[in-house]
Design a protein. Sequence first.
Length: 371
Amino acid sequence: MNKAKIIWICVFVILIVSLLTYLNYDKLVSFFMNKEWELADSIGQVEITDYLLTLGTNSEFIVVGNNFLNGYGTNVKENIDKAINFKDIVACSNGDYAIIAQKNPAEIKVINGGKVVWENSINNANILGVYINKNGYAAVIFSQVGYKSLIRVYTNIGEELFTNYLASTYAIDVSISNDNKNMAIGEVDTNGINVESKIKIVDLKDISEKNVSSYNLESNELITDIEYTENGTLYIMTDGNVKQLKDGNITTIVDYEKDNILSANISNKKNIVTVKTETNGLFNTKYKISIYNDKETKNYDLEDVPNSVECLNNVISIDTGSEIIFLNSSGNFMKKCKYKGQIKDITLFNNGNIAVLIFRDHADFIKIGGI
């Protein structure tokens, strides 16, 4: 091979490398700046089969089955082992508290620090949903004869504060602020031609009709989820957008159609996390995680639509189908872990420092941050 051919081959290789670098510049910068080669480590496994649901608190990974309630700590050792007789259940966790309820007969258990701290039941009721804030204040949505929805609120020691009766509307969701001062209720009225949704804010420190504020949404907007943030802003998720209630005003932050949103999540109580698409040309579709904060939006590019997105505090987990990518709430890469097999569920606990990947017959504990 003569010198001229060698020079042309070298020039060709340099052009190809330059072109690939130009086309993938953002990915390359992100890879090296964020150390995207860092893998999260497995710290242990436990057997898990025939379960109904899983929850994560600050100290426990909780597994609820037909006749058992198990909890595992950050050392992957079993801290809770209780026999229960729950069948059809709903649950919620926040901070180091978890509330677990059987729908019918209506029975409630609240866990804190690896122990059942109080239990209760509601006669002749069917539980529809539950909520608990990080201080242990709990709300139970249920139905009884004569009412479409009732909401019973409990303190962190199980004392009943009051019961709210809804005769003509359905309570879709509730949320209690971190300072225990307010409870938000997402209500839906389906009696007319159009669906009507509204938010009620109940003052828990002075419970009276005069201290209830009401905010109507647009006609035919269906509330699906509500959540107080750490600073007291209320996020309202509907079937077409995500709004915020702040300082007595409701504004739309994300519009699914206009912003090309595939899914949204408000469960980390800090910001709005969405999966969105961007189309450049006929066959070039990109996907990204977009994190909406008060003042800015952070983005993280993906190769494809993720299987699931989970949030807890400062951590966002993204299941791509072959690996889990962990971001912080600012959209920065933290770690990733590869897996084989089919994941049934992902549960974050210990403030998001540990992710539990749940497979058919076992759960793998993955360390993300410092424990």
